[in-house]
Design a protein around this ligand. Sequence first.
Ligand SMILES: [Zn+2]
Length: 299
Amino acid sequence: MRCAYHPDYFVALPAAHPFPMAKYPLLLERLLAEGLVAPAELIEPGLASLDDLQLVHSGEYLARLAAGTLDAAAVRRIGVPWSPALWRRSRLAVQGTLQAARAALDDGLAANLAGGTHHAFAGHGEGFCVLNDVAVATRVLQRDRRLRRVLVVDLDVHQGNGTAAIFESDSDVFTFSMHGERNYPARKMRSSLDVPLADGTGDEEYLDLLATHLSGILGRFVPDLVFYLAGVDPVRGDRYGRLALSEDGLRRREKQVLETFGKRGLPVVITIAGGYANTPARTAELHAHVFREARRLTV
Ligand SMILES: [Zn+2]
């Protein structure tokens, strides 16, 4: 499976910043160590072009990001301090998702070892998300006539509010978000299908709902490509999540998602999205499960 990764996905943050930036290199290290990804399968993305970014994001927002002139409130909303490295990283990660999507269209399955920044809106960022990688990749591939219909399966514990808003009136993009009802964002946007879950929701209920909704969606919408936001923050003990998936439940979730689309021959691009376990190493370990399941399916 081809995987997009760039060393500059990692950007140094102030000490004690809550975002686990170290999970990106740690995840790559683990995937290579376990033989889940071979060095030859790595794709190193370049910078997403401004033309591509403008298919989704407003010119004013992009100009402020490029020049470092976001106001203090806009930076606070993003939750990560602006720096030239952050702007560069955000563009690399968008391009990583785009290149992974192209690889998935060719190979059936591919991944970006970042991405899933679903809280980014057209004109602002929030919740650690600067640019909406899945939205930009979708618009680029539509423009280039590589595809028309896209399904976004967002299982990060937080609602994909930016993605929902961007595609709100687009019937070619189906946005599915299954998330903690009481988790951020307090004010939810409207996805094509939202499945809010109560605090403490565990494996059986979660996996049953997922199976029901995935088959319901595929009964009425046949995508050309699926973006899977495989956030691991629904796992019990996550610093932000309020759900209670076990680690085995997470493994079963990844298997279920990949099998559902694999059986139907629908290409899937995996983005890792959020995860806030006790340590970045533990978070990376949880993110590795989707790659283990992908490996089992593709060998
Ligand atoms: Zn999240």
